[in-house]
Every structure is written in C-alpha cells, then in structure tokens.
Design a protein. Sequence first.
Length: 478
Amino acid sequence: MYQKIYDFLEQYFPSIEGCILFGSYIEKKDKANDVDLLLISERFSFSSTESFTYKNLAFNTIKINFSEILNIIAKQFKQGNFLSHVFKTGTILIDVNQELSHIKKYVLDNIPNASADVINFDLSEVRFKINDYMEPLRQGTGLTSENFLQAARMVSLFIDYFLLNNGIYLKTEKSKNKYFFQNYPTEAIELSQIIDALKKSEKIKFINGVDTLISKYSILINEKYSNNFILDDYTQEHLICYVEKIFKFSEISELIKIIKEHNQNVKFFIYQIDEENQEKEGCYIVINNIDQNINNDKKQWILFFQKVFSNIDFIFPYNNIFCYPKIKFMGYDNELIVNEFMYLLINIIFTNTLISKEEIIFGIVIDFFAFSTLNISDAYNYYLIKMDSKAKTSNFLNVNRQKIEDKFIKANKPIEISLMQRFSLSKEKLINFESLNNIPQIIHLQVLDRILSVFLSKDYEKLYYMYAINLKLNEKIS
C-alpha cells in the first residue's frame, strides 16, 4: 500500500528507526500531491524539516531525535500541539524499538487537553487584530503598497476566526487554508468576495465586505482576552519560581540553605536548563504547595524571593506551560516519581555538606544505571547529540562526532586525571532508584539530566563528566 514511501525511505533514510505517515496521503492517496512524514532517529542531532521530490511525488519530512519527542510535545502544549496531532492521526510505518507505539498510546489515552484555553486566547487575539488592522485601512486613501500586506493579513485572520470559532486549531497556513475551503463553503464564498476586491485594489468594496463579515459574525472586540498564560494562582500543587540565571553548584547549595532557613518545612527542588533547550534557559525552584498553602503567605514568599534575587530577574509563580512536566515525563505518576528523586537530592545536598560535588555525582550516576535499562554510554551520546545540536552544522551525529569530541574532550584533558581521582563512592547509597523501573525507558535520560543540572548547569559539563565517569568505571586514563 505504501511501497513508494518505503522505497523513498530506503533511498534517503536507510535504517531509519521510526517513521509516521500523516496528512492527506493517508485517506486520499490518489488525490494527494505530497507525502508528509515524521522521521525519528537517534542519529538526528536537532529538529529540522527537509523536502524531496522522488518519483514525481513531493515528500515533506520532519526529522526529530528520539530524546526530544516528549520535550517538543510538552513545549507545544497550549500552542496547538502539532506533534501530538501527528501521533493521534498518523500511521506508524516503522517502529524498530516500539517507542513510537508507546508514545502514540500515551498521546491517545493520557495527554492533557488544553485546546479550550488555546482557542479562547487565540480567538480573542484574532478578533482584536481584525478590528485593529481595519483602522489604518479606513483612514488611508486606498489600498497602497504600504497597507496592502496588512489587508492581505486580514484575509488570513478571517480564516483563523472561522476555524477557531468552530473549535478547530491548525498550526500551518497551508493546513488552515485547505481545511477552511474544503469544510466551510458558505464562508469561503463570502471571503472570496473580499479577496477579489483586494486583488483589484478596490478599497471601498474591500472595507464594505469586511464590515459585513464583522457584523454578521459579531467579530468586533476592543480589548484583548486575559488568560492563564499570565499566572497569578498560588493554589496549585506545585509553584515555580523561575530565575533568569543559571548558577554554580556552590551557589545552588547556598540557595538551598537560604530556602531551608526561611521555611524548614518546605518541600522543594531545583533544576536548571542550559541555553538552546526546549525549556527556557535559567534556574527553576519548584515548591510542593500541597501542605504549604502558599496562597495564605504569598506576600512573605514574594518578599523573600525579592530579597534573595534582588539583582536578578525572576517570576513567581511561573507558568511552565511551554514545557509541561506531565507530558515531559509521560504522565502525572511519572512526574511524581521524578519529583521524589529531586526532593531526596535536595536533602542530600543540605545534610551532607562535607561530601564533594564529584562524590555525589559519581554515586548518583552509578546508582541510577544500576536500575535503568540504559547505560553510561547512552548518557554520553545523549549529551554529545545536544552539543552537536547547538552547533547545527549537520543533522547527523556521525558527521560531527569526532569534531565535537575533540572540542570538548581534548579541551578538558588537563583536568582529566584530577577529576577522576575525585570520583569515589560514598559508603551508603544516596538515592534508591528502584522506582525508575516504573518509568518508561524513553524518558530515563531526561530524569538523569534534571538531577545533574543541580550540579552541572552546562550541557558540555555533563558531556565531559559522563566521559570521565566512563573512564573511571573502565579504570583507564586516555
């Protein structure tokens, strides 16, 4: 049935680990003029798109690394979630490791639905913009080159309005236009009259047509919609203080101490995000609010953070909808398990001030992989891909592998021996990772990354530490 697609993959992407067919080719193979494919591989360094022509058929590909799938779906949460839509409606053609099937089941059964919030917000924005864009057109002398593009944009806004008002959220202009003209014939005819006036530069006819639509469909709005993208809710289970800076481990240790002194009963953890990741770069302090009821003490907490970060920009509470943790870790239960690991880590740092950073990292990595189905080499490759992604010179890791390794491994050669000497196991296990068995393998490295971010804020540091720990485990000096 899809032999031409398999031939294309064999030609351009041999041994691809995952492929999902989506779009019009699934239902209207004979009428479709292109093929849309989501390609998943551990060899892709970063997300990208690429188009091909093969046997007189256009192929549009989206290429994503396995480790980034859930991060991207989480980031797209409340933004229409195109990738989630692909998993819901697409057909899996190749799934070597069965991970796409696992994600598809999660997306179909458990992924949170935020479409109502998105549609309300975007519908309000569209209505406001239609009214806002009309004012300069009414005041102008005609459809000049200066305001022609603005008038053309209004046509697109009307399409957005008709779709959103019927609960349809589509991300690309191509998909919006196609769906609109196929499913809304009455509105399409009305809009075509405006398009004809625009083509002929007939300003009065264009404005009258727009006013007719605005009146008929009650589109007029003068104020923007206020929504939960701006958060002022202190009653959530977890509250986040986002700080626009990443810190050294010594500073994180001091920050933990300060928070504990402010409230010794508070349960919290900290993680950090380096530049060029799906989440915004910075430091995230996550407070368990289930027992705290910060809503009653919010003024004290705000003043506290103002004092701690007096010279640094911060947001409290921060609305982390653009990398939704429940999706990032494939469900609420998994998120709670990860959070427990992080709470334990904070207590370890707070109560074991005499243990070095390297000793804690070494012990945690050893304990982690004692329960994970992955290994230290997988973690090393995970960060190698991250660094290759930042370079964006080629979207295949094998092309740049030696160059990336030379840059970050050889550069740290002078500290290699001394670093390995600081790696030693503590007498007791620091964290029991047995519950890691209950978490899907596909997110294991994201869990480890969150843990390591407390000690190592930069991805290149994590890459080098994985390299050095692997050397230590193999008891050899390169």
